[in-house]
Design a protein around this ligand. Sequence first.
Ligand SMILES: *[C@@H]1O[C@H](CO)[C@@H](O)[C@H](O)[C@H]1NC(C)=O
Length: 399
Amino acid sequence: MGRKTILLLLVGIFTAYYGYTPLPDNIEEPWKLIGMTFISSTISNVALVGEVLGINHFMNTLMFFKSFQDVPPTSDEIVTVMDTTFSNVPVRVYVPKRKSEALRRGLFYIHGGGWCLGSAAQYSYDVLSRRTADRLDAVVISTNYRLAPKYHFPNQFEDVYNALKWFLRKDILKGYGVDPKRIGISGDSAGGNLAAAVTQQLIDDPDVKIKLKIQSLIYPALQTLDMDLPSLRENSQIPPLPKSLMVRFWSEYFTTDRSLEKAMFVNQHVPVESSHLFKFVNWSSLLPENFKKGHIYSSPTHGPSELARKYSGFLDVRAAPLLADDNKLRNLPLTYVITCQYDVLRDDGIMYVTRLRNAGVRVTHNHIEGGFHGVMTFPGFKIGHRVENQYLSWLSENL
Ligand SMILES: *[C@@H]1O[C@H](CO)[C@@H](O)[C@H](O)[C@H]1NC(C)=O
């Protein structure tokens, strides 16, 4: 065999290896997802090699590649876009250009990326914010926050909370022409986690007089206790968020020490002293029958107390909003939740829907059959456009 043949063979094997992603039948446009997975798993492998060789932290390599998707704050004929800071937290603000007689609605948006990646400047979030501002004739604040692995919980939470509190000041709202009675919060994935967490925190904050009218949680991560939910079992290999990556994100939120990740992956990270918390994430009682099909609930397993002592954040309600009790949940605003069929985080969202409804909160649940994690902000998917339209219509009617 000539050298060229060998090279061709290697490229062939490489392509087949990465290109082969076993996908369920009802995923639309599977080739787009396969193509995207090919790119992201290649980057992911580069990041893994970099980490094994001790060159760069896994997440920092991913962030390096992601940062190429950032765009500057460019105004167009429809919306004025500017970068500024709210209480020292960098945010991107979108204000519609058309004249408005009345005060506008306001939406505070939090990007996803596993508490490690992403930015308000990322192309897909920039586009979403522009569309939101235009469709709703609303002022959109797209916030940034400090990211892991450099910063851990509760920095992410606190940045978002501080920026939100700043926005909710009377003088700030007035400056942007925003109606204090029509302000909502929204976020996807880790941003959905932060949206749910700060919305809970806001209820009891005596310093904040202006409250939120709605919260919108797009395939949010909401709990750290049970890493063996039916959705985690069924979708553990489904791109773009396999269970291994989700567990890595979760653990990086709290620490760079890989022992938490290892314990989480086998679901042995919650100490026996915290057993009472499991009732808040009991999928056996919180999931509707059709999502439990074929799964057998087994009692939670426990891990060493040492992990929870060192990294107590993973048992903190500000990191895991499903750990809030019903008295807290009862006071939450009108809620919109998107979940996707092929997503490890599906059951986090569904359990929150059940718990909120049990507590008397009005919830619209939009479950996307054939949807996968991140579906709304991956450019170019038809299903993503449909979901975005449903989301914007809901906001338009309810905010
Ligand atoms: C979970 O709920 C089931 C009933 O659906 C119950 O038998 C089980 O004891 C509960 N487990 C925990 C830890 O709350």
